[in-house]
Every structure is written in structure tokens, then in C-alpha cells.
Write a protein that binds this ligand. Structure first.
Ligand code: NAD
Length: 481
């Protein structure tokens, strides 16, 4: 399938964004804490709308990419959303409850409570790589927490963005959920709106711009960013399990996944056999890369060229390049397909070891011991994900305790992301805050602390004027606390 490089105009059709935000805020103020049955109905409507249009979503995404395997859209977008909605419907009522919290001894018999409260209007800016999932998963959290939401999808997936606008427009009024389509100018204006919370998913560089725009309104942000996620292979690893899982993590969506393994750290003696096995496994998964509906294209010519430049730069600096398959290069270029490509003999000067790859190129870095591998990881920006393959539990625990990353999968790549009961988010340059499941509910709620004083407060013992009696009381408190 040949993709027409179509980008949305840099304007948004429909009402002015400030007008939509004002309408959403005013509707929220009129009904600031919707009960569970209303939130549940919204989540059910959302789930049904996505389900009813599943095939259209698959088609739109595939056309935006040039080719996106329908199965990948099912696995990594539709099923993830289905799981997120199911989980939210099952648990949100419980998450909404007021929690009783302990009260310090000297203030008893008063009581303390945590009361979750909707924030108001949530802004959601999403990227192109999983364009449906990364718009809808934050929306599930926002609606479950009782908010209204405005979404700005990526200009790189115009068909999906238009479809999303149309489908959500059939089930939600503009003052409930609104989709703003358009290019970077629209995105920039969107990020400057005084939302009650803004969730941005995208690159670290744009994340900084968005955070600066939000800071002008003191709008709190969740930043879901990218980076270079390492994979450490220990001597104790079961390679027959590791190889297919790494190839799958790196070739799903042609490596255009925020948590794809970016590079591998492993002892040098094993690099040759490992590289060969990776290439063989990729060829088994994809007997051809060109013309194969199972294999996803690179989203745009600019990204295709960026990946080729990374490879040329590495090769010029002495890297060895091994490409899976033997497809015709011109055909691959025409279809923007990049087969799994293993890069060895890497050095820190290579761009491929400096930038997030976001494609199916897998550099391998020689690292003889666990300390070498951890020192390498710790010397870089804190990654969004870290993968460790091995059976030695002591070493595994050292990695978990001594490295910092947004999340971790052990003996797997990527799939910690879809576990609804653990937070999904980065740390430092890979992000700020987290969502999914209850963590999303809390990110989009104000967890209000409430103190209820009793009729029989001991506080009056500390009222002025301060006397010997006050000092006696203070001395007693010092002994107790
Ligand atoms: P991007 O940062 O270029 O764009 C993301 C969104 O930001 C788009 O909707 C775009 O319109 C908008 N945008 C662009 N310029 C803007 C500006 N000046 N002001 C406000 N908004 C602006 O990212 P991308 O290329 O769409 O996605 C790839 C990146 O996203 C990678 O770095 C990847 O790792 C990261 N990512 C992270 C996650 C995560 O959950 N942590 C998930 C997917 C992708």
C-alpha cells in the first residue's frame, strides 16, 4: 500500500478552542461531581463507539501509516482500550469512595478523610504512533474521574484524527468531549489553554515546550515522553525465550513504540550468535518485509529518511549492519518499510547511540558485567522502560533496586505498559506523573484532604493567653510525640 503523504491543514475547523473550553468549564461548574451511574454510562458509550467503528479505525490507521497490520491495531490499540474501559467500569466506583485516614493522637477524636474530586476539564495531546490508544486511554481516566475533556491528536494521522472527531462527536456533546484536529499551530494554541490538567504524550523536546506553555497557567501536567529504553541480557538468560520477545518488541509497529527496546547491553562473546538469531527470528516472523500486510510502514518520509541517516552515520563510524530479509531496496523505500536491522561494533559517537531510535534498528553495546551494564544505564537519561533478561534473581533484584526507569519488564519487552494495576509513566527526561487504572483516576482527580473536628476538641488547651497550663500541655505533647 502506498501512502499519500497527507497532513492536516494547520487550522482547526469548528468552534474556537477558547469557546469550547469555556462551554466545558461552565457545564462542569453546573454539575461538578457526576455520580457513578453517569460516569459509567459515559465509559460504556465510549467503549461501544470504539467497538462499533473498530474496522474503520483499523483502516484509517493503516492508511495513515501506509500500512499498519490490522492485528497490531487490534493488539496494541483496540484490546488495550477494551481492557482499560472494562477495568475502569469494574473499579471506578471503589476509587471514588471517600477514604478515612488516620488522625494524629493529639487531635483525636477528630477525624481525617481523603475525598477524590473531579478537576474539571482535562486537555489531552496525543502522538501518531498509537494514535487511538494514546488518545483514548487518558480519556478513560478523565471520564472515570468525572471530568470533561478536549483532545488534540497528531497531525501525522489525519484520517484517524478526523474519524475520532466524528465518532466521539456522535456520542458526546462538545461540552463533554471535544476533538480538536489540526497541525502544530493548533497544538501550540491548545497547550496554552488554561485546562485543569494537561496530559501530553510525545517527544521529550516537545514535552518541554508544552510544559512551559502549561506553566504560564499553572496547569498541572502529566508528561508521557520518550527516550532510549535499554535491554540488559544477563549470562543466565534463556536465549530461546529472550530472542522472540526482543524481536517482537522491536518490530511491533516497526519499532515505532515509545517503550520498544532501543538498544541491547550484553557480553561481547555472545553478540555474534545473538545478532544472527535475532535476524533469523525476524525472518521467521516476516518472510518478506515489502508487501507484507503483517509488517507496518514507517509513518512518513521524514522519519524514513531519519532512520536511514542513523544507519549511514553508524556505518561511516565503523558499525556492522545486518539487515533481515533480502527484499528489494527500492520497493522497501517506496513502501517505507525498514526490516529489523542489527547494528554491532557500536561506539558512543554514533548518533544511533545518542538519539531515541523509534524504528526497527537495534544497536548492541558490549558490556561484560552487570556493573558495566548498570553504569552505562545510570550514565544516561533516565529511560521510559528497562528490560532485563535472566534467571539469576539476585542480579535481577540489583537491577530493580539500583536503576531508575519509568517501568520495567523482566524477561519480556513492552508489556508492563498494558497492566492496568501498575502506573504507566516516565521519570525525569522520559516523563512526569503516571496514569492507567487507579493511577489515571488519581492523576485526573483532586485528592482533597478533609479534617472534621469533634465537639470535644483538645485544641482549646492551646488557645492563648499562654500560661503555665499551656506549657504543661506542651511538655506532655513533646513526651508523647
Ligand atoms: P511529538 O512530540 O512530535 O508530537 C506529539 C503531539 O504534540 C502531537 O499531537 C503534536 O501535534 C503536538 N505538538 C507538536 N508540536 C507542538 C507544540 N509546539 N506545542 C504543543 N504541541 C505540539 O511526538 P510524536 O512524533 O507524535 O511521537 C513520538 C514521540 O512520542 C517519541 O519520542 C515517543 O517515545 C513518544 N511517545 C511516548 C509515549 C509514552 O506514553 N510515554 C507514547 C507514545 C509516544
Amino acid at each position: 500500500m502506498v501512502r499519500i503523504d497527507l497532513k492536516l491543514e494547520d487550522t482547526q475547523t469548528g468552534p474556537n478552542l477558547e469557546t469550547v473550553l469555556a462551554a466545558q468549564k461552565s457545564a462542569f461548574n453546573a454539575h461538578p461531581n457526576p455520580p457513578w451511574n453517569e460516569r459509567k454510562a459515559k465509559l460504556q458509550k465510549l467503549g461501544k463507539a470504539i467497538n462499533d467503528h473498530a474496522e474503520e479505525f483499523q483502516k484509517a490507521i493503516s492508511e495513515d501509516f501506509g500500512n499498519r497490520a490490522y492485528e497490531e491495531t487490534t493488539i496494541a490499540e483496540l484490546l488495550v482500550i477494551r481492557g482499560g474501559i472494562h477495568h475502569a467500569i469494574k473499579h471506578t466506583k471503589h476509587w471514588m469512595r471517600t477514604r478515612r485516614a488516620p488522625t494524629a493522637l493529639q487531635y483525636k477524636p477528630a477525624s481525617s478523610h481523603i475525598v477524590p474530586q473531579p478537576l474539571g476539564v482535562i486537555g489531552i495531546i496525543s502522538p501518531w504512533n498509537y494514535p487511538l490508544q494514546l488518545a483514548i486511554m487518558p480519556l478513560i481516566g478523565a471520564l472515570g474521574a468525572g471530568n470533561r475533556a478536549m483532545i488534540k491528536p497528531s497531525e501525522y494521522t489525519p484520517r484517524l484524527s478526523d474519524l475520532l472527531k466524528r465518532v466521539l462527536g456522535t456520542v458526546f456533546s462538545e461540552d463533554e468531549v471535544y476533538v480538536a484536529t489540526g497541525g502544530v499551530k493548533v497544538a501550540s494554541a491548545f497547550s496554552a489553554l488554561p485546562f485543569d490538567h494537561l496530559l501530553f504524550t510525545g517527544s521529550t523536546s516537545v514535552g518541554k515546550i508544552v510544559a512551559a506553555a502549561a506553566a504560564k497557567n499553572l496547569t498541572p501536567c502529566t508528561l508521557e515522553l520518550g527516550g532510549k529504553s535499554p535491554t540488559i541480557i544477563d549470562e543466565s538468560a534463556n536465549m530461546s525465550l529472550a530472542i522472540p520477545r526482543i524481536v517482537n518488541g522491536k518490530t511491533l509497529n516497526a519499532g515505532q513504540t515509545c517503550v520498544a527496546p532501543d538498544y541491547v547491553l550484553m557480553p561481547s562473546a555472545k553478540i555474534d550468535s545473538f545478532s544472527k538469531a535475532l535476524i533469523e527470528k525476524a525472518e521467521e516472523f516476516y518472510p518478506t518485509f515489502a508487501g507484507n500486510d503483517d509488517y507496518t510502514s514507517i509513518i512518513a518520509d521524514s522519519h524514513y529518511a531519519r532512520l536511514q541517516t542513523l544507519l549511514e552515520d553508524a556505518e561511516n563510524k565503523g558499525a556492522r549492519i545486518q539487515v533481515a530479509g533480502d527484499d528489494d531496496k527500492q520497493r522497501l523505500a517506496k513502501e517505507r518499510r525498514v526490516p529489523l536491522t542489527v547494528v554491532t561494533n557500536t561506539t558512543p559517537e554514533m548518533k544511533i547511540m545518542q538519539e531515541e531510535i523509534f524504528g526497527p534498528l537495534l544497536p548492541i553495546v558490549a558490556s561484560e558485567t552487570l556493573d558495566d551494564a548498570m553504569n552505562y544505564v545510570q550514565s544516561k537519561d533516565r529511560p521510559l522502560a528497562l528490560y532485563w533478561f535472566g534467571e539469576d534473581k539476585k542480579k535481577r533484584d540489583r537491577v530493580l533496586n539500583e536503576t531508575i526507569s519509568g517501568g520495567v519488564s523482566i524477561n519480556e519487552t513492552a508489556w508492563h505498559v498494558v497492566q492496568e494495576d501498575i502506573p504507566f509513566g516516565g521519570v525525569g527526561p522520559s516523563g512526569m506523573g503516571a496514569y492507567h487504572g487507579e493511577h489515571g483516576f488519581q492523576a485526573f482527580s483532586h485528592m482533597k484532604g478533609v479534617f472534621i473536628q469533634s465537639r470535644f476538641s483538645q485544641g482549646k488547651a492551646l488557645f492563648p493567653p499562654y500560661t503555665a497550663k499551656t506549657h504543661k500541655m506542651l511538655n506532655l505533647m513533646k513526651k508523647i510525640l
